[in-house]
Ligand binder design. Structure first.
Ligand code: SF4
Length: 399
Protein backbone atom coordinates (compact mmCIF):
# COMPACT_ATOMS: atom_id res chain seq x y z
CA UNK A 1 0.00 0.00 0.00
CA UNK A 2 2.87 2.33 0.89
CA UNK A 3 4.16 1.80 -2.62
CA UNK A 4 0.97 3.25 -4.07
CA UNK A 5 0.26 6.00 -1.55
CA UNK A 6 3.82 7.18 -0.88
CA UNK A 7 5.73 9.92 -2.69
CA UNK A 8 6.99 8.91 -6.12
CA UNK A 9 10.50 10.11 -7.09
CA UNK A 10 10.50 12.66 -9.92
CA UNK A 11 12.72 10.49 -12.08
CA UNK A 12 10.53 7.36 -11.60
CA UNK A 13 8.85 5.77 -14.61
CA UNK A 14 5.12 6.21 -14.32
CA UNK A 15 2.51 3.71 -15.54
CA UNK A 16 1.23 6.20 -18.15
CA UNK A 17 4.63 7.34 -19.36
CA UNK A 18 4.13 5.47 -22.63
CA UNK A 19 1.19 7.78 -23.54
CA UNK A 20 2.44 10.60 -25.76
CA UNK A 21 0.66 13.78 -24.67
CA UNK A 22 3.19 15.85 -26.68
CA UNK A 23 4.06 17.69 -23.44
CA UNK A 24 7.57 16.97 -22.15
CA UNK A 25 8.04 15.49 -18.69
CA UNK A 26 10.84 18.01 -18.05
CA UNK A 27 8.37 20.85 -18.58
CA UNK A 28 5.94 19.34 -16.06
CA UNK A 29 8.77 18.90 -13.53
CA UNK A 30 9.83 22.55 -14.06
CA UNK A 31 6.26 23.72 -13.51
CA UNK A 32 5.92 21.51 -10.40
CA UNK A 33 9.06 23.05 -8.93
CA UNK A 34 7.76 26.56 -9.65
CA UNK A 35 4.47 25.64 -7.98
CA UNK A 36 6.32 24.36 -4.91
CA UNK A 37 7.97 27.79 -4.68
CA UNK A 38 4.53 29.45 -5.08
CA UNK A 39 5.63 31.03 -8.37
CA UNK A 40 3.04 31.85 -10.99
CA UNK A 41 3.43 30.96 -14.65
CA UNK A 42 1.59 33.48 -16.78
CA UNK A 43 -0.37 32.00 -19.68
CA UNK A 44 1.74 31.20 -22.70
CA UNK A 45 1.09 32.47 -26.24
CA UNK A 46 0.61 35.98 -24.81
CA UNK A 47 2.95 38.95 -25.04
CA UNK A 48 5.15 39.71 -22.02
CA UNK A 49 3.60 42.24 -19.62
CA UNK A 50 0.75 43.07 -21.99
CA UNK A 51 -2.19 41.05 -20.69
CA UNK A 52 -5.64 42.01 -21.89
CA UNK A 53 -4.20 44.40 -24.47
CA UNK A 54 -4.11 43.97 -28.21
CA UNK A 55 -0.68 42.93 -29.40
CA UNK A 56 1.35 43.50 -32.49
CA UNK A 57 3.13 41.20 -34.92
CA UNK A 58 6.62 41.90 -33.53
CA UNK A 59 5.65 41.27 -29.87
CA UNK A 60 7.66 38.53 -28.13
CA UNK A 61 5.27 35.85 -26.85
CA UNK A 62 5.62 33.80 -23.66
CA UNK A 63 6.67 30.21 -24.31
CA UNK A 64 7.81 27.58 -21.80
CA UNK A 65 9.02 25.23 -24.48
CA UNK A 66 6.60 22.59 -23.29
CA UNK A 67 7.36 20.24 -26.14
CA UNK A 68 4.08 20.45 -28.05
CA UNK A 69 5.81 22.70 -30.59
CA UNK A 70 2.82 24.91 -31.29
CA UNK A 71 3.16 27.34 -34.15
CA UNK A 72 3.70 30.64 -32.37
CA UNK A 73 4.27 32.85 -35.45
CA UNK A 74 1.04 31.53 -36.97
CA UNK A 75 -0.86 32.09 -33.68
CA UNK A 76 0.41 35.68 -33.60
CA UNK A 77 -0.76 36.34 -37.16
CA UNK A 78 -4.16 34.84 -36.40
CA UNK A 79 -4.70 36.93 -33.29
CA UNK A 80 -3.58 40.17 -34.89
CA UNK A 81 -5.94 39.49 -37.81
CA UNK A 82 -8.84 38.78 -35.40
CA UNK A 83 -8.15 41.97 -33.50
CA UNK A 84 -8.08 44.04 -36.69
CA UNK A 85 -11.32 42.38 -37.82
CA UNK A 86 -13.02 43.32 -34.54
CA UNK A 87 -11.92 46.92 -34.99
CA UNK A 88 -13.39 46.91 -38.50
CA UNK A 89 -16.76 45.51 -37.25
CA UNK A 90 -17.06 48.01 -34.41
CA UNK A 91 -16.47 50.93 -36.79
CA UNK A 92 -19.30 49.88 -39.15
CA UNK A 93 -22.04 52.51 -39.41
CA UNK A 94 -25.11 51.67 -37.32
CA UNK A 95 -23.16 49.83 -34.63
CA UNK A 96 -22.07 51.76 -31.58
CA UNK A 97 -22.98 55.02 -33.26
CA UNK A 98 -22.87 57.72 -30.60
CA UNK A 99 -26.37 58.78 -29.67
CA UNK A 100 -27.37 62.38 -30.23
CA UNK A 101 -27.22 64.28 -26.96
CA UNK A 102 -30.56 64.63 -25.22
CA UNK A 103 -31.82 68.02 -24.09
CA UNK A 104 -29.80 68.99 -21.04
CA UNK A 105 -32.87 69.98 -19.07
CA UNK A 106 -34.28 66.40 -19.13
CA UNK A 107 -34.39 65.63 -15.40
CA UNK A 108 -35.79 62.08 -15.37
CA UNK A 109 -33.67 59.09 -16.28
CA UNK A 110 -36.28 56.32 -15.99
CA UNK A 111 -37.71 55.31 -19.33
CA UNK A 112 -40.41 52.94 -20.58
CA UNK A 113 -40.19 51.20 -23.95
CA UNK A 114 -43.10 49.48 -25.65
CA UNK A 115 -42.03 46.63 -27.87
CA UNK A 116 -43.45 43.72 -29.83
CA UNK A 117 -42.18 40.15 -29.73
CA UNK A 118 -43.27 38.07 -32.66
CA UNK A 119 -42.22 35.41 -35.15
CA UNK A 120 -39.40 33.13 -34.02
CA UNK A 121 -38.59 35.44 -31.12
CA UNK A 122 -41.78 34.23 -29.38
CA UNK A 123 -39.65 31.23 -28.38
CA UNK A 124 -37.19 33.44 -26.51
CA UNK A 125 -37.72 32.90 -22.79
CA UNK A 126 -38.28 35.76 -20.37
CA UNK A 127 -34.80 35.35 -18.91
CA UNK A 128 -33.19 35.42 -22.35
CA UNK A 129 -35.32 38.40 -23.31
CA UNK A 130 -33.91 40.28 -20.35
CA UNK A 131 -30.35 39.28 -21.33
CA UNK A 132 -31.07 40.22 -24.95
CA UNK A 133 -32.16 43.72 -23.96
CA UNK A 134 -29.12 44.19 -21.72
CA UNK A 135 -26.85 43.16 -24.64
CA UNK A 136 -28.74 45.39 -27.07
CA UNK A 137 -28.14 48.38 -24.78
CA UNK A 138 -24.43 47.55 -24.71
CA UNK A 139 -24.25 47.13 -28.49
CA UNK A 140 -26.10 50.41 -28.92
CA UNK A 141 -23.49 52.11 -26.75
CA UNK A 142 -26.05 53.08 -24.10
CA UNK A 143 -24.96 52.85 -20.47
CA UNK A 144 -27.69 51.32 -18.33
CA UNK A 145 -27.78 51.85 -14.59
CA UNK A 146 -26.90 48.77 -12.58
CA UNK A 147 -28.03 47.55 -9.19
CA UNK A 148 -25.56 47.81 -6.32
CA UNK A 149 -23.96 44.96 -4.40
CA UNK A 150 -21.83 41.92 -5.07
CA UNK A 151 -23.65 40.87 -8.24
CA UNK A 152 -24.79 44.05 -10.02
CA UNK A 153 -27.46 43.64 -12.69
CA UNK A 154 -28.85 46.10 -15.24
CA UNK A 155 -31.94 47.87 -13.94
CA UNK A 156 -34.50 46.45 -16.37
CA UNK A 157 -38.10 45.72 -15.30
CA UNK A 158 -40.49 43.95 -17.66
CA UNK A 159 -44.22 43.38 -17.77
CA UNK A 160 -45.21 39.89 -16.50
CA UNK A 161 -43.47 37.10 -18.40
CA UNK A 162 -45.01 35.88 -21.63
CA UNK A 163 -45.47 32.13 -21.87
CA UNK A 164 -43.04 30.54 -24.33
CA UNK A 165 -44.56 30.51 -27.83
CA UNK A 166 -46.99 33.36 -27.11
CA UNK A 167 -46.45 36.56 -29.09
CA UNK A 168 -46.61 39.98 -27.46
CA UNK A 169 -47.95 42.95 -29.42
CA UNK A 170 -47.45 45.66 -26.79
CA UNK A 171 -45.03 44.51 -24.11
CA UNK A 172 -43.16 47.03 -21.99
CA UNK A 173 -39.81 47.35 -20.24
CA UNK A 174 -38.65 50.05 -17.80
CA UNK A 175 -34.98 50.94 -17.72
CA UNK A 176 -32.74 53.54 -16.15
CA UNK A 177 -29.89 55.28 -17.90
CA UNK A 178 -26.71 56.73 -16.52
CA UNK A 179 -27.14 59.80 -18.72
CA UNK A 180 -30.02 61.43 -20.59
CA UNK A 181 -30.55 60.18 -24.14
CA UNK A 182 -32.51 61.25 -27.18
CA UNK A 183 -35.56 59.00 -27.33
CA UNK A 184 -35.83 58.67 -31.08
CA UNK A 185 -32.11 57.85 -31.46
CA UNK A 186 -32.35 55.42 -28.56
CA UNK A 187 -35.26 53.57 -30.16
CA UNK A 188 -33.44 53.29 -33.51
CA UNK A 189 -30.20 52.19 -31.89
CA UNK A 190 -32.00 49.51 -29.86
CA UNK A 191 -33.87 48.21 -32.90
CA UNK A 192 -30.57 47.89 -34.79
CA UNK A 193 -29.11 45.83 -31.94
CA UNK A 194 -32.08 43.67 -30.81
CA UNK A 195 -32.68 40.13 -32.13
CA UNK A 196 -35.01 39.85 -35.14
CA UNK A 197 -38.69 39.78 -34.18
CA UNK A 198 -38.28 42.13 -31.22
CA UNK A 199 -39.05 45.71 -32.18
CA UNK A 200 -39.18 48.73 -29.92
CA UNK A 201 -42.17 50.77 -31.05
CA UNK A 202 -41.85 53.78 -28.76
CA UNK A 203 -40.08 55.06 -25.66
CA UNK A 204 -41.29 57.56 -23.11
CA UNK A 205 -40.06 59.07 -19.87
CA UNK A 206 -41.54 57.64 -16.65
CA UNK A 207 -42.27 60.25 -13.98
CA UNK A 208 -40.53 60.02 -10.62
CA UNK A 209 -42.44 57.86 -8.12
CA UNK A 210 -44.51 56.08 -10.79
CA UNK A 211 -45.40 52.48 -9.83
CA UNK A 212 -43.41 49.58 -11.24
CA UNK A 213 -44.74 47.77 -14.30
CA UNK A 214 -45.24 44.47 -12.48
CA UNK A 215 -47.04 46.11 -9.56
CA UNK A 216 -49.22 48.28 -11.80
CA UNK A 217 -50.48 45.70 -14.30
CA UNK A 218 -54.11 44.64 -13.79
CA UNK A 219 -55.03 42.53 -16.80
CA UNK A 220 -53.82 41.22 -20.14
CA UNK A 221 -55.86 40.98 -23.31
CA UNK A 222 -55.22 37.84 -25.35
CA UNK A 223 -56.32 36.68 -28.76
CA UNK A 224 -56.05 33.06 -29.87
CA UNK A 225 -56.65 31.40 -33.21
CA UNK A 226 -57.74 27.81 -32.73
CA UNK A 227 -57.73 25.50 -35.78
CA UNK A 228 -60.96 23.79 -36.81
CA UNK A 229 -59.09 20.52 -37.04
CA UNK A 230 -58.43 19.80 -33.40
CA UNK A 231 -55.63 17.72 -32.01
CA UNK A 232 -54.47 17.58 -28.46
CA UNK A 233 -51.06 19.12 -27.87
CA UNK A 234 -48.47 17.18 -25.95
CA UNK A 235 -47.84 18.90 -22.67
CA UNK A 236 -44.70 18.43 -20.69
CA UNK A 237 -45.38 19.04 -17.03
CA UNK A 238 -43.09 21.84 -15.89
CA UNK A 239 -41.35 22.13 -12.59
CA UNK A 240 -41.54 25.89 -12.34
CA UNK A 241 -44.07 27.96 -10.51
CA UNK A 242 -47.41 28.21 -12.28
CA UNK A 243 -46.80 25.48 -14.83
CA UNK A 244 -49.69 23.39 -16.06
CA UNK A 245 -49.53 20.02 -14.36
CA UNK A 246 -52.83 18.34 -15.09
CA UNK A 247 -55.93 18.81 -17.17
CA UNK A 248 -58.98 20.48 -15.64
CA UNK A 249 -61.09 17.98 -13.79
CA UNK A 250 -64.27 20.00 -13.69
CA UNK A 251 -67.00 18.19 -15.63
CA UNK A 252 -68.20 21.47 -17.09
CA UNK A 253 -65.10 21.78 -19.25
CA UNK A 254 -65.46 18.25 -20.68
CA UNK A 255 -67.36 17.34 -23.80
CA UNK A 256 -71.12 17.25 -23.86
CA UNK A 257 -72.89 13.92 -23.60
CA UNK A 258 -74.15 13.99 -27.20
CA UNK A 259 -70.56 14.55 -28.46
CA UNK A 260 -69.32 11.56 -26.52
CA UNK A 261 -72.09 9.29 -27.82
CA UNK A 262 -71.46 10.55 -31.38
CA UNK A 263 -67.84 9.48 -30.99
CA UNK A 264 -68.90 5.87 -30.54
CA UNK A 265 -70.37 5.82 -34.08
CA UNK A 266 -67.99 8.09 -35.91
CA UNK A 267 -64.20 7.58 -35.72
CA UNK A 268 -63.45 11.25 -36.40
CA UNK A 269 -65.80 13.06 -34.09
CA UNK A 270 -65.60 15.32 -31.09
CA UNK A 271 -66.24 12.30 -28.90
CA UNK A 272 -62.86 10.94 -29.93
CA UNK A 273 -61.00 13.82 -28.29
CA UNK A 274 -61.62 13.40 -24.64
CA UNK A 275 -64.15 11.88 -22.37
CA UNK A 276 -63.37 13.75 -19.22
CA UNK A 277 -60.89 11.17 -18.02
CA UNK A 278 -58.12 12.31 -20.33
CA UNK A 279 -58.59 9.57 -23.00
CA UNK A 280 -57.78 10.95 -26.42
CA UNK A 281 -57.79 9.59 -29.94
CA UNK A 282 -58.11 12.85 -32.09
CA UNK A 283 -57.86 14.57 -34.46
CA UNK A 284 -61.41 15.77 -35.15
CA UNK A 285 -62.98 18.34 -37.43
CA UNK A 286 -65.00 21.07 -35.76
CA UNK A 287 -66.96 24.07 -36.96
CA UNK A 288 -67.85 27.56 -35.70
CA UNK A 289 -71.05 26.32 -34.01
CA UNK A 290 -69.12 23.68 -32.07
CA UNK A 291 -66.64 26.28 -30.83
CA UNK A 292 -69.46 28.67 -29.93
CA UNK A 293 -70.95 25.93 -27.78
CA UNK A 294 -67.64 25.47 -25.95
CA UNK A 295 -67.25 29.19 -25.36
CA UNK A 296 -70.83 29.56 -24.12
CA UNK A 297 -70.32 26.65 -21.74
CA UNK A 298 -67.18 28.32 -20.40
CA UNK A 299 -68.92 31.68 -19.96
CA UNK A 300 -71.89 30.05 -18.23
CA UNK A 301 -69.76 28.03 -15.77
CA UNK A 302 -69.76 29.32 -12.20
CA UNK A 303 -66.30 27.90 -11.56
CA UNK A 304 -63.68 25.97 -13.52
CA UNK A 305 -60.98 24.46 -11.36
CA UNK A 306 -57.51 23.60 -12.65
CA UNK A 307 -54.46 22.35 -10.81
CA UNK A 308 -51.28 24.41 -10.88
CA UNK A 309 -47.88 23.96 -9.36
CA UNK A 310 -46.88 26.88 -7.19
CA UNK A 311 -43.65 26.92 -5.20
CA UNK A 312 -43.42 23.14 -5.45
CA UNK A 313 -46.99 22.49 -4.26
CA UNK A 314 -50.08 21.62 -6.28
CA UNK A 315 -52.84 24.17 -5.77
CA UNK A 316 -56.33 24.36 -7.20
CA UNK A 317 -57.16 27.55 -9.05
CA UNK A 318 -60.55 28.72 -10.26
CA UNK A 319 -60.13 29.93 -13.87
CA UNK A 320 -63.34 31.95 -13.68
CA UNK A 321 -61.82 34.26 -11.09
CA UNK A 322 -59.28 35.37 -13.66
CA UNK A 323 -61.29 35.29 -16.90
CA UNK A 324 -64.67 36.97 -16.86
CA UNK A 325 -65.70 36.28 -20.44
CA UNK A 326 -64.38 34.73 -23.63
CA UNK A 327 -65.50 36.23 -26.94
CA UNK A 328 -65.68 34.44 -30.24
CA UNK A 329 -64.38 36.48 -33.18
CA UNK A 330 -64.02 35.93 -36.90
CA UNK A 331 -66.52 33.07 -36.85
CA UNK A 332 -66.40 32.87 -40.64
CA UNK A 333 -62.60 32.70 -40.89
CA UNK A 334 -61.30 29.66 -42.75
CA UNK A 335 -58.87 27.38 -41.03
CA UNK A 336 -59.65 28.42 -37.50
CA UNK A 337 -61.75 30.29 -35.01
CA UNK A 338 -60.70 33.48 -33.22
CA UNK A 339 -61.06 33.82 -29.45
CA UNK A 340 -60.32 36.84 -27.29
CA UNK A 341 -60.31 37.11 -23.52
CA UNK A 342 -58.93 39.25 -20.76
CA UNK A 343 -56.95 37.65 -17.92
CA UNK A 344 -56.74 39.43 -14.58
CA UNK A 345 -53.59 39.85 -12.47
CA UNK A 346 -54.11 39.88 -8.73
CA UNK A 347 -51.86 41.03 -5.91
CA UNK A 348 -48.45 39.41 -6.04
CA UNK A 349 -48.81 38.75 -9.79
CA UNK A 350 -51.19 35.78 -9.39
CA UNK A 351 -52.73 34.97 -12.74
CA UNK A 352 -53.38 32.14 -15.19
CA UNK A 353 -51.74 31.40 -18.52
CA UNK A 354 -53.63 31.63 -21.82
CA UNK A 355 -53.06 27.91 -22.48
CA UNK A 356 -54.88 27.17 -19.24
CA UNK A 357 -57.85 29.22 -20.42
CA UNK A 358 -57.95 27.14 -23.63
CA UNK A 359 -57.86 23.99 -21.51
CA UNK A 360 -60.77 25.40 -19.53
CA UNK A 361 -62.72 25.94 -22.75
CA UNK A 362 -61.91 22.69 -24.57
CA UNK A 363 -60.96 20.28 -21.81
CA UNK A 364 -57.49 19.88 -23.37
CA UNK A 365 -54.91 22.10 -25.03
CA UNK A 366 -55.45 22.15 -28.81
CA UNK A 367 -52.33 21.82 -30.93
CA UNK A 368 -51.31 24.64 -33.28
CA UNK A 369 -53.02 27.59 -31.58
CA UNK A 370 -51.58 31.03 -32.31
CA UNK A 371 -51.79 33.02 -29.10
CA UNK A 372 -50.99 36.73 -28.93
CA UNK A 373 -50.95 38.99 -25.88
CA UNK A 374 -52.44 42.02 -27.57
CA UNK A 375 -52.25 44.53 -24.73
CA UNK A 376 -51.86 45.06 -21.01
CA UNK A 377 -54.00 47.24 -18.78
CA UNK A 378 -52.53 49.18 -15.86
CA UNK A 379 -54.02 50.68 -12.71
CA UNK A 380 -52.25 54.01 -13.04
CA UNK A 381 -53.19 56.49 -15.71
CA UNK A 382 -49.65 56.82 -17.07
CA UNK A 383 -49.61 57.43 -20.82
CA UNK A 384 -48.52 54.29 -22.67
CA UNK A 385 -45.76 54.91 -25.19
CA UNK A 386 -46.85 54.04 -28.67
CA UNK A 387 -50.51 55.02 -28.26
CA UNK A 388 -49.92 58.04 -30.45
CA UNK A 389 -46.28 57.61 -31.40
CA UNK A 390 -45.57 60.89 -33.07
CA UNK A 391 -47.41 63.12 -30.61
CA UNK A 392 -46.00 61.26 -27.64
CA UNK A 393 -42.43 61.43 -28.92
CA UNK A 394 -42.74 65.11 -29.66
CA UNK A 395 -43.84 65.72 -26.06
CA UNK A 396 -41.14 63.51 -24.61
CA UNK A 397 -38.40 65.04 -26.73
CA UNK A 398 -39.25 68.42 -25.28
CA UNK A 399 -39.10 67.27 -21.67
S1 SF4 B 1 5.21 25.48 -27.08
FE1 SF4 B 1 3.28 26.58 -27.34
S2 SF4 B 1 1.89 25.59 -25.87
FE2 SF4 B 1 3.98 25.03 -25.29
S3 SF4 B 1 4.58 26.55 -23.79
FE3 SF4 B 1 5.29 27.26 -25.77
S4 SF4 B 1 3.63 28.58 -26.44
FE4 SF4 B 1 2.78 27.36 -24.82
Amino acid sequence: MQEFLGEIPLEATLPWDHVDTTVLKEFLVREWKRAMKAKLSPACEKPFNKFNRPFKRDDKLICYDCGCACDLPHITEERVANHENLLRISSKPGLRTPLAPAPKEAPVLRYRATFSKSGRSRFISHLDLSRGFARAFRRAGVSLKYSQGFNPKPLLAFTPALALGVEGAREAVDFQLGAPASIVDLRDALNAALPGGITVEAISVVPQGAPSLAGDVRSALYSARVPYKLERATMIPGKGSGSVETMPFNEESGLRAEEISAGAEDGESPGAIASGDGAFAGPILTDAAWHRGRVEAFNAAGSLMIEKRRKGAIVQVDLRKFVREVSLDHAGETGGIGLSFSVAFFEGGASVRPEEVLIGIYGFLPRGCDIVREDLRFASALPRPGTEPHAAEATIASV
